[in-house]
Design a protein around this ligand. Sequence first.
Ligand SMILES: NC(=O)c1ccc[n+]([C@@H]2O[C@H](COP(=O)([O-])OP(=O)(O)OC[C@H]3O[C@@H](n4cnc5c(N)ncnc54)[C@H](OP(=O)(O)O)[C@@H]3O)[C@@H](O)[C@H]2O)c1
Length: 300
Amino acid sequence: MSGATTPATVVERAALDLLWQAPSQGTGEPRGEGMPVELARRYGGRLAVTLRSDRPTVAANFVSTLDGIVAFGGDLTGGGLVSGFHEPDRFVMGLLRALADVVLVGAGTLRGSTDHRWTAAHVHPASAVATAAWRRAMGLAPQPTTVIATASGDIPFGHPGLNDARVPVVIATTPSGASRLRRASLGRNVSIEAIGGGTPLSGDDVTALGARLGARLIVCEGGPHVLGELVSSDVLDELFLTLAPQVVGRGDPRRIGLVEGIALSPDDARWHELVSVRRSTDHLFLRYRRREDRRATRES
Ligand SMILES: NC(=O)c1ccc[n+]([C@@H]2O[C@H](COP(=O)([O-])OP(=O)(O)OC[C@H]3O[C@@H](n4cnc5c(N)ncnc54)[C@H](OP(=O)(O)O)[C@@H]3O)[C@@H](O)[C@H]2O)c1
């Protein structure tokens, strides 16, 4: 296996088991060349995402309980509670950030975290050297741009995710959100994009913004309301879903599922096809791709 070489600082933990992989990984230009050998070994094979030619490709990465909860609500924020602070989940999150030009998060996810930065090195420091080498091999900028979606512009300006000078940040907002944000003292790494014409941003606005930024791959890390916009606009191309083996129930209305804010009818449902299944202890790492024929699978 060829690929960039890096010092032996990466994870020497057990590799994810590749249980199943679709024969076709999609046609088109792949993003993922030069994956360092140690990352590919740990992941259980190379990771590549097929890039679209008509607009930025959009992938999402979430962790869910077996019963579909991705956030407990209230003060119980963060995917760590959902994954059980599962280190391999953070490893995979780091791989996807390493591939991304843009990491998209909603203001709810920003407000629900206190010290996060949306970089590969932050989420999985043990593979930071290798993921940085991988980005260099792919000719990508050192860090993906963090794009924060907010209609209100009411975000915590002191959040570390906005204040790392090495990480470009774009706040995608409405005109009124932009007015509020322009009164704030923001770092030189932060820019404000007023889009949406007064209405909340659609998934198409997000891909148009990504194209203006020169992005070929946008990785959405939530939350469920932002993902809902992407699903509603039908721009979500791939879903990386970690299934954590816990069941928690929905008795508390603050608990939220994978996709919120929309309710598609069965004949408008977004069907996907399975790309791969990996396993680490009792967690499953599912990768789905939007069906090109847009229809449900009929075979038994
Ligand atoms: N398990 C996981 O994998 C995972 C992943 C991510 C997040 N989470 C959890 O999910 C929770 C947050 O999720 P969430 O759904 O409440 O929040 P979210 O989707 O992160 O953010 C919602 C906020 O984003 C902005 N927004 C959403 N749609 C918009 C649109 N169309 N146009 C403009 N702005 C828009 C709005 O911000 P304003 O209110 O500022 O207008 C809205 O309040 C947190 O607990 C987080 O830890 C879990």
